[in-house]
Design a protein around this ligand. Structure first.
Ligand SMILES: Cc1cc2nc3c(=O)[nH]c(=O)nc-3n(C[C@H](O)[C@H](O)[C@H](O)COP(=O)(O)OP(=O)(O)OC[C@H]3O[C@@H](n4cnc5c(N)ncnc54)[C@H](O)[C@@H]3O)c2cc1C
Length: 444
């Protein structure tokens, strides 16, 4: 199929110039696929989903697994996100969830998403992965006084319906424990929540998967899959891996080119990040930025930000709509202005890094984890930009499904079944542009 975005965003051969890439040098040690192999399971895509699934399959279930990645290990969104472990992986209000799935199912969904956060943290602890873990909650900030009531309501629902620990702060209170600025009119916090260096987490997990016996190949883009006598021939770099099962863990970077049954199910949406030079202590103090917790500004077109351990400031937003390198640069300039209008005392601060990546949005606005009905093809995708929480957990759930030979997992219906395909898929970006225009106007 033709790309939805400019080819620049699919340059698998080049690392993205992220800040995270500058914090580690250990991510180029994996080989390319250069021979034919027979295995039981091929996992396609080495982000959190693929690595976590492969790790559980090899370590817990003693399965033969080959993991293939188109870029280098640490190329995809799992290595370039903002590192927020937040909840939930759904793009709809709790009221809508209650209406669509009922209260009990929504409670189960929230229970699962909390399990997701704990699962990610437990992996970090179990494998002693040094990934600069910071923070002990997430903050959601009202960008305008009119948002404060709905923040209070959300905090109450989280507490009363889902048993989540929350706290509400007035603007003055948050000035003291969070930060000041032009779009801070009160906030609420919820637990669990924390932040990480996403690339370090990914490399730590890949290392463990390798130790557990997973054969990992980078720069090995799967270009074709053929089925012959109940076996799959997975083709990458002109070599063939013959397998019984396939796990699709390609999420936002899937180009609708391998399995018709899985095509046109995601809207890949660009998310962009900019990072400042390290702020001086005086600059940090000028906005009383005293927290290292991840923060979400609740505009319709969200901003997300946090202070890193070296006092750099990370600021993220819904990205550009074209995907070229030039559009990424232009978007970073726009975001710099937005950031500086919210934090005017930093208007002289330079931006050292900018980059972007793809998140996967589905029509049902929640993830999908499962197996195709008549084939040994497993999938997990559509985390609605909530993969630090959801992807490692989903990969583990997928491994359970593969091993158990059953059709369904004991997880909330929110995650089950495939989403509907996008009608007229080539128009996906047009629908999205219209939505962005609309929400952009409301935000103004
Ligand atoms: C800028 C940005 C900021 C974000 N911030 C956050 C955040 O703070 N918190 C949060 O929870 N989530 C965040 N997300 C979302 C999160 O990163 C994703 O949900 C998560 O990483 C998805 O993990 P994954 O393993 O499913 O996909 P990915 O990590 O994208 O991995 C998929 C892999 O599949 C590979 N692939 C694709 N096609 C092929 C093929 N044909 N052959 C072989 N390999 C292939 C790709 O190269 C890629 O490496 C952010 C995303 C972006 C882009």
């Amino acid at each position: 199929m033709s790309n939805l975005y400019h080819n620049d965003i699919y340059k698998f051969e080049e690392p993205v110039k992220s800040y995270w890439e500058s914090t580690t040098t250990s991510n180029y040690k994996y080989e390319k696929l250069s021979k034919n192999i027979k295995t039981n399971i091929v996992v396609i895509g080495a982000g959190y989903t693929g690595i976590s699934c492969a790790l559980t399959l090899a370590k817990k279930y003693d399965e033969d697994v080959v993991l293939l990645e188109a870029g280098h290990i640490g190329w995809g969104s799992s290595a370039r996100n903002a590192g927020f472990c937040c909840i939930p992986p759904a793009k709809m209000s709790v009221a809508k969830m209650f209406k669509k799935y009922g209260k009990e199912e929504t409670k189960k969904f929230f229970k699962n998403t909390i399990e997701g956060s704990n699962f990610t943290k437990d992996l970090i602890k179990e494998y002693k992965i040094d990934c600069d873990l910071t923070g002990d909650c997430n903050y959601e900030v009202a960008p305008h006084p009119s948002y404060f009531e709905s923040i209070k309501e959300e905090a109450l629902i989280y507490k009363n319906e889902f048993g989540i620990e929350t706290e509400v702060y007035s603007q003055e209170e948050f000035n003291e424990i969070g930060h000041t600025g032009e779009e801070q009119f009160g906030a609420f916090s919820y637990k669990p929540g924390f932040a990480i260096n996403p690339l370090k987490l990914l490399l730590g997990l890949a290392e463990q998967a390798k130790k557990a016996g997973v054969l990992i190949y980078q720069k090995s883009k799967v270009t074709k899959i053929e089925k012959k006598l109940e076996k799959f021939n997975v083709i990458a770099n002109g070599h063939i891996i013959t397998s019984n099962k396939i796990v699709m863990a390609t999420n936002g970077f899937y180009k609708d080119d391998l399995f018709p049954d899985l095509n046109n199910m995601i809207l890949p949406v660009i998310s962009n990040i900019i990072i400042t030079r390290p702020l001086t202590n005086e600059e940090v103090k000028s906005h009383n930025f005293v927290t290292h917790n991840p923060i979400l500004n609740l505009r319709n077109l969200l901003f997300y930000y946090r202070l890193l351990k070296d006092n750099r400031f990370l600021f993220g937003a819904r990205g550009d709509l074209i995907g070229s390198d030039q559009s990424s640069l232009l978007k970073s300039k726009k975001m710099e202005k937005q950031m500086k209008s919210i934090f005017p005392n930093w208007k002289h601060v330079e931006i050292d890094f900018y980059w972007r990546g793809l998140v996967a949005v589905t029509r049902k606005l929640t993830p999908s984890i499962g197996k195709l009905n008549d084939d040994e093809i497993y999938y997990s995708f559509g985390y609605q930009a909530n993969g630090v929480n959801t992807a490692p957990w989903s990969g583990n759930e997928l491994a359970k499904l593969i091993f158990s030979n059953s059709k369904e997992l004991n997880i909330s219906k929110f995650y089950q079944s495939l989403p509907k395909k996008y009608p007229f898929p080539f128009l996906r970006l047009l629908y999205f542009r219209i939505a962005c225009l609309y929400y952009g106007l409301i935000d103004r």
